[in-house]
Every structure is written in structure tokens, then in C-alpha cells.
Design a binder for this molecule. Structure first.
Ligand code: KG4
Ligand code: ZN
Length: 342
């Protein structure tokens, strides 16, 4: 009961998420998604996302409060994603958070979306041991972070130099005629495919690339390799073995992500790896990370899939951590920052 009750608001992309936590305990996780409205465009349309947030934000806040069985006056603090993300989408969440904070006289915390993807794990596995390495893989980001003090910020070690991992899943799914977002259908198709059927490239993994890009990722060459392979098949009038392509592509992505994450843990002398972001919901990244980390005595923490994709609970989790760490709240004029650094 002494632990802070925090309401978190997330609107950086296409999910309107409102979560409520007390300490590390998740009380409500309400999400309204506009993903179906974007599906026919094959990607998130910023204007459509902003409009959907505007319509969903107030009902979603009220649904979360009802689910948690609390009222706004019970809440100790309001946390909101202030960036990075789509500018117009972020603005809706930040404006709503300010309105409720002002009306209910609550402190407000503007938080970083990537740090929130790390913090959400505390709802599943308790306080995060520090230092930890975080691998964040979503539709918008692919980053390796050194987490020495989650409340004061995290240190980026590397990130993608082109497409994000989730973006690669979405683009390859499209090539294969699978629906958007592409991660879940590729994950499903890959289960009946052979991951070693096609030797797709492992971006930035050759010795010469590692010198300058040890912790960076590149997925655009992989996407192009898949496109060429599929086109060659089609030109030859042969059927495309969707399951094998999906499995081989997924293996290439998960191989590079987990190899670099383990390398970061070993080089930094860290024995906790936390994986977050939508791609962390992938079944292969989870099993491969377990397998490779076990070999080096590294503990892997991956939250359940529903907490990996964007949601308000992750923002509330980080807010709760900030309140617990005695961090000063943000000012009421805090801006939304679409390219917010860590
Ligand atoms: O974290 P998230 O919900 O939103 C962003 O911040 O981008 O991540 C969405 C991304 C999409 O690209 C989606 O295809 C991918 O996560 N994703 C997956 C899986 N589930 C979602 N990728 C691979 N395997 C999955 N099972
Ligand atoms: Zn995200």
C-alpha cells in the first residue's frame, strides 16, 4: 500500500495504452489499437494514428481506472511517453497527461519510450539488477543499451543503421503475402519451415564490419536478399516456399540480435540481459537467447508477449521506478519530443 500508484499513458505509435501499477504490481493494462486501420497501407499512417489516439485516449484512461478499481484521486503520479515516436501521436498523450495532472493536481513524469520498454520487465520479474544489457527490438527501434541506472538514463551501445528489426519482419511479410504487422504471421509460418533452408546474410557480422559496428544492426540488406530470392523463384515459375523463407529470414534476424546481445553482456561484464519491444514476442528470439545466454551464465529476462508490444503498463512501470528513486517530476510544460535521445 505504501508503494506509489502510477498511471502511465503511451501514444507514441499506433497503440493507445493506459496502464496502472502499484510498485511492481500491474493493476490494469488497457490498450486500444488502430493497427487494423493501418493494415491496408502496410505501415502506420501518422495522421490516422493521431486521430485514433484522440478518439481513444479518454475512454482508455477511464477503462484502466475501472479495471484497476481505483479513481484518479487515488493515483500518486501520472507518467507519459514524451518521445521518441510520431510527433502528432505523442502530442495527444502528453496533452491528456497534462490535463489530468493539472485537474487532479498530480505530479507528471515525461518518460522515454525505450526506457519504458526496459522497465516493463519489472512487472514480470521484479526489480531489474543493474548493470544490465537491454536489447530493444520493435517496429521503430533496434538498440543495444547498457542499463546502469534506469532512473537516471541508459547508455546506448549501438542501434540499427537502416531498418528496425520489426520493420524487416513487416516488409518481408509483405513480400510473402502475409498480413501486417508481419511479425506474428512470420513467427507462425516459420514453425513449419526449415531455418537453414536459405543462407540469408547476417548484417554487420563480418569481421571487417564488427570493427566499426560491433553493437550496430543492419536489416535492409537482408530484406533485399529475401526480395531477390523470392523474385528469382517467381521468375522461374516456381512456387515460393513461404515457410522456409520465413524460417530462414527469422533465423538470420534472431541470430544477429542474440549474438550481439550476448557479446555486449560478455564485453561489458554484465550477467543480465533484458529483451523488450514487439520483436521480443518472437518465439525464436526467446529460445535462441535462452540457449546462448545459458552457455555464458547470463540470465535472460523477457516479459510476456503482451507486455513486449507497446502498452501503457510499461510507461507506468517506469514512472513507478522514477517515483521510487526520488526523481524530480517533469514540469507541466514538458514538450513531446519525437526524436528524444536516451
Ligand atoms: O513495440 P511495438 O509494438 O511497436 C513499436 O514500438 O514499434 O513493435 C511492433 C513490431 C512490428 O514490427 C511487429 O511486426 C513486431 O513488433 N512483432 C513481431 C512479433 N510480434 C510483433 N516480430 C517478430 N515476431 C513476433 N512474434
Ligand atoms: Zn515500442
Amino acid at each position: 500500500r505504501d508503494e506509489p500508484l502510477v498511471l502511465g499513458i503511451e501514444t507514441s505509435c499506433d497503440e493507445t495504452g493506459v496502464g496502472i501499477v502499484r510498485g511492481h504490481t500491474l493493476l490494469a493494462d488497457a490498450v486500444a489499437s488502430s493497427v487494423d486501420e493501418h493494415a491496408r497501407f502496410g505501415g502506420v499512417v501518422p495522421e490516422v494514428a493521431s486521430r485514433a489516439h484522440l478518439e481513444a485516449i479518454v475512454p482508455t484512461i477511464h477503462r484502466a481506472l475501472a479495471d484497476a478499481g481505483v479513481t484518479l484521486s487515488d493515483v500518486d503520479a501520472i507518467a507519459v511517453t514524451a518521445g521518441p515516436g510520431l510527433a502528432g501521436a505523442l502530442l495527444v498523450g502528453v496533452a491528456a497527461a497534462k490535463g489530468y495532472a493539472l485537474a487532479a493536481e498530480k505530479p507528471i513524469y515525461g518518460v522515454n519510450h525505450l526506457a519504458a520498454h526496459v522497465a516493463v520487465d519489472t512487472l514480470e520479474h521484479g526489480a531489474l539488477p543493474e548493470p544490465a544489457i537491454a536489447l530493444l527490438v520493435s517496429g521503430g527501434h533496434s538498440s543495444l543499451l547498457l542499463v546502469e541506472d534506469l532512473a537516471r538514463g541508459v547508455t546506448p551501445l549501438g542501434s540499427t543503421i537502416d531498418d528496425a528489426a520489426g520493420e524487416a519482419f513487416d516488409k518481408v511479410a509483405r513480400l510473402l503475402g502475409l498480413p501486417f504487422p508481419g511479425g506474428p504471421p512470420i513467427d507462425r509460418a516459420a514453425r513449419s519451415g526449415d531455418p537453414s533452408a536459405i543462407p540469408f546474410p547476417r548484417g554487420l557480422s563480418a569481421a571487417r564490419d564488427l570493427a566499426a559496428h560491433r553493437y550496430d544492426f543492419s536489416f535492409s540488406g537482408l530484406k533485399t536478399a529475401v526480395a531477390r530470392w523470392v523474385e528469382a523463384r517467381q521468375r522461374a515459375g516456381e512456387p515460393v516456399p513461404v515457410e522456409d523463407v520465413a524460417a530462414s529470414f527469422q533465423e538470420a534476424v534472431c541470430d544477429v540480435l542474440t549474438a550481439k546481445a550476448v557479446d555486449a553482456c560478455r564485453a561489458q561484464g554484465v550477467n543480465t540481459l533484458v529483451i523488450g519491444g514487439g520483436v521480443a514476442a518472437n518465439s525464436r528470439i526467446r529460445s535462441l537467447a535462452e540457449e546462448r545466454c545459458a552457455r555464458h551464465g547470463i540470465t535472460v529476462r523477457v516479459p510476456r508477449p503482451k507486455l513486449c508490444t507497446d502498452n501503457g503498463a510499461m510507461v507506468a512501470a517506469l514512472g513507478s521506478h522514477l517515483v521510487g528513486a526520488g526523481v524530480t517530476p517533469s514540469r507541466l510544460d514538458l514538450p513531446a519530443d519525437s526524436s528524444m535521445p536516451l
